[in-house]
Design a protein around this ligand. Structure first.
Ligand code: 5RP
Length: 221
């Protein structure tokens, strides 16, 4: 059911795509539904991907994927979220791709978030906030985020080793976000040496398409 709703939101997002667009492809299971639905529609688009996994999926389905290092502007990015509120602010990064996702979102004229209804919250911060950290700076950044009132936990991969992002950095999953003022928190994290990025998306998302029992609602910023 939840997966059906992810697919419904993804299919609704494909309706926002036009021939000729350069698209940003998000990461995660909902974004994967979008990539599959996009490929099935056979539109004349090119893409950039926010993760190696999404690039591989898109290429396997015949979508052209450009190297984002050679791209400055993107027309539309479609991506999943871990939590989204009524004003399209979101927490992202459970899939570990939040740094590339934010860069591609920032390069995009428009960003659409897609999700099943379980991701819609009144207040952000029940989900852990992922913070990507240079391995060199791990203990320092852990100390800094504790001083911000968060509780960091080093993300581990399935084999018990430290999880590494596509950039070979660590992720601290931080609890304690609920009730915090989010804009100052984002500014403080952005200003912390050793923090490569984090999953607070407070201004990037223009439209959220949320599907519940097959019904898709639109939340506009
Ligand atoms: C990856 C993300 C994902 O978009 C987010 O975690 C949602 O994933 P899913 O669609 O699998 O629930 O931010 O970094």
């Amino acid at each position: 059911m939840q997966d059906d709703d992810k697919r419904s939101a993804a299919e609704a997002a494909v309706n926002e795509v036009a021939d000729g667009m350069l698209l940003g492809l998000g990461t995660g299971s909902t974004a994967a539904h979008f990539i599959r639905a996009l490929a099935a529609r056979r539109l004349a688009v090119t893409t950039v991907a926010t993760s190696d996994a999404s690039a591989a999926l898109a290429r396997s389905l015949g979508l052209p994927v450009r190297d984002f290092a050679e791209v400055a502007r993107v027309d539309l990015t479609v991506d999943g979220v871990d939590e989204v509120d009524a004003t399209c602010r979101a927490i992202k990064g459970a899939g570990g791709a939040m740094v590339r996702e934010k860069i591609v979102a920032s390069a995009s004229t428009r960003m659409i978030a897609i999700a099943d209804g379980s991701k819609r919250v009144e207040q952000l911060g029940t989900a852990a906030l992922p913070v990507e950290v240079l391995p060199f700076a791990r203990a320092f950044v852990e100390d800094q985020v504790r001083a911000l009132g968060l509780v960091p936990e080093l993300r581990r991969a399935g084999d018990g080793e430290a999880y590494l992002t596509d950039q070979h950095n660590l992720v601290l999953d931080c609890t304690g976000v609920l009730g915090q003022a989010l804009e100052p928190l984002a500014v403080a994290l952005d200003a912390t040496p050793g923090v490569v990025g984090h999953g607070l998306f407070l201004a990037e998302i223009d439209l959220a398409l949320i599907a519940t029992s097959g019904q898709v609602i639109r939340l506009e910023r």
